[in-house]
Write a protein that binds this ligand. Structure first.
Ligand code: C5P
Length: 474
């Protein structure tokens, strides 16, 4: 049999795979393997054994997220009818990997898109389908179904299901469970853009929002129908997983009432309408810090340059392109208690980007780029009259880490510098680990090599300690 390599895929497929893999934090090969496994129905072929023996193996054999706040919680997942229903297979898998139990309820229309067999195999639970099924009523009635869940998730939610929910209908198991529930509900709509924009759907959405229903998506993009694009795509499974984590997080909130500004990712400095100056920052570290501060209760404003990773759940995200836009957004986000500037801001921009694409013509000499300095955002915040109590900068260094870190602390009037060795052999840029030295005015703390997630959590602990100490002294 011929083998497939990612290199041989055509460019558009490769680009879609790259984005998908980045969103899921996987390699492109791993993403392709999982997509193929889903596509050929691998889960359906597994025997349905009782009692959790069908648990999906964690990707890479590792626990993907030991700090997931919804670990141990129970989700009732209602799967509506729509092409996006296939994504709920991945959603179940991701939740199960994180120690969440999932009980699927499949609507009649949903059953046209995914089978009870594949849902049951992935969830390692029975799939509930029909209100008037004698066995269901005797076994687990609709009241018990909602009572035994910590959260109800509807994904995908069709326009029809939103209408039923908003109208309080209860003519099948799924709508009855929702009506009989006093549990939080998260809805991930998926429908044609025209249906999403229809005044009836807009009305239903407003009604449900005021009833306290939580929404995620829909997102803009191409539809399954050919030549259709607009807002209506269901949110990606990992975004739903993150949102569930936020909704079910009952952990302590030591930063409640604090406002944090975080910058993340690279900036793009245009040369002309199609070219720009950029750097290799992925945004992973800044986004992880924003999410960790939010989990600790802070109100986080994340100002992100162009990245290929999803917005973290539970934070306000301001998307920008250039250093000047990031500078304006950061100063506009003041006042705040904490600023953590992680973005790899371009030091220079071109001295005036060309309005038209610069042409390569044989007669003309190679163009020279004139550069001008960008504003230093950390320094601007550090010296601002409304300076946050705690200003943290990052320093990506390839040599003399402590000396350069201390220099930045002084020049930019920061309280801490999180210094990091980014020499090419460390693989830090775009990678998953960091080796940090936390430089403060009163000393330096050396951290072992940690995942970016763990760096975010440790830094958040230090922020919590800082406010605990300084509030106690005040
Ligand atoms: O001077 P250097 O770029 O190494 O400083 C790194 C720190 O300063 C980081 O925290 C980075 O986010 C911040 N910075 C900034 N604006 C710039 C340059 C750097 O906020 N124009």
């Amino acid at each position: 049999m011929a083998s497939i390599t990612v290199r041989n895929l055509d460019e558009t497929v490769k680009q879609a795979l790259r984005l998908r893999a980045a969103r899921h934090d996987r390699s492109m090969e791993e993403e392709a393997r999982l997509l193929l496994a889903d596509g050929v129905g691998e889960p359906d072929q597994r025997p349905m054994a009782a009692g959790g023996s069908n648990l999906p193996k964690p990707v890479g054999g590792a626990d993907p997220d030991h700090a997931y706040p919804a670990r141990g919680k129970r989700i009732l997942l209602i799967i509506g009818g729509g092409i996006a229903a296939y994504k709920c297979l991945d959603l179940i898998r991701r939740l199960r990997e994180r120690g969440v139990s999932v009980r699927p309820v499949l609507t009649r229309a949903g059953g046209e898109f995914v089978t009870p067999l594949s849902l049951g195999a992935l969830a390692a639970d029975r799939v509930f389908t029909d209100l008037f099924d004698r066995e269901d009523e005797h076994d687990v009635g609709h009241i018990r179904l909602s009572r035994e869940a910590d959260l109800i998730v509807v994904a995908p939610a069709t326009a029809d299901f939103l209408a039923k929910m908003a109208g309080g209908h209860a003519d099948d198991l799924a709508s009855t469970v929702v009506l009989a529930s006093d549990k939080p509900i998260l809805v991930a709509p998926a429908m044609n853009p025209k249906m999403w924009q229809h005044p009836a759907t807009v009305r239903n959405y407003a009604t449900l929002e005021s009833d306290g229903v939580h929404f995620i998506g829909p997102e803009a993009g191409e539809m399954a129908e050919s030549d259709e694009a607009g807002t209506g795509r269901m949110a990606e499974p990992m975004a739903i997983v993150e949102r569930i984590g936020v909704l079910l997080d009952t952990g302590p909130k030591p930063l409640a009432g604090r406002i944090a500004i975080v910058t993340s990712g690279p900036t793009h400095e245009p040369i002309d309408p199609v070219r720009y100056i950029a750097n290799r920052s992925s945004g992973k570290q800044g986004h992880a810090i924003a999410a960790a501060l939010a989990r600790a209760g802070a109100q986080v404003k994340l100002i992100s340059g162009p990245v290929n990773i999803a917005d973290p759940a539970g934070v306000e995200v301001i998307h920008v392109e250039t250093a000047r836009q990031m500078h304006e957004a950061a100063l506009g986000a003041l006042p705040a208690d904490i600023a953590v500037m992680v973005a790899a801001v371009a030091d220079w921009r071109t001295d005036g980007a060309a309005d038209e694409k610069i042409k390569k013509t044989a007669s003309e000499r190679t163009p020279r780029l004139a550069l001008v300095e960008n504003p230093d955002i950390l320094a601007a915040v550090g010296h601002h009259e409304r300076r946050p109590c705690l200003v943290v900068g990052f320093a990506a260094e390839t040599e003399k880490i402590d000396k350069h870190g201390r220099g930045k602390l002084e020049r930019k009037n920061a309280d801490w510098i999180v210094a990091n060795d980014v020499s090419p052999e460390t693989g830090v840029m775009g990678g998953d680990a960091n080796t940090i030295r936390l430089i403060r005015r009163d000393g330096i703390e050396a951290w072992p090599t940690l995942s970016k997630q763990a760096v975010a959590e440790r830094l958040t602990e230090r922020v919590v300690d800082y406010f605990a100490e300084n509030t106690a002294h005040a």
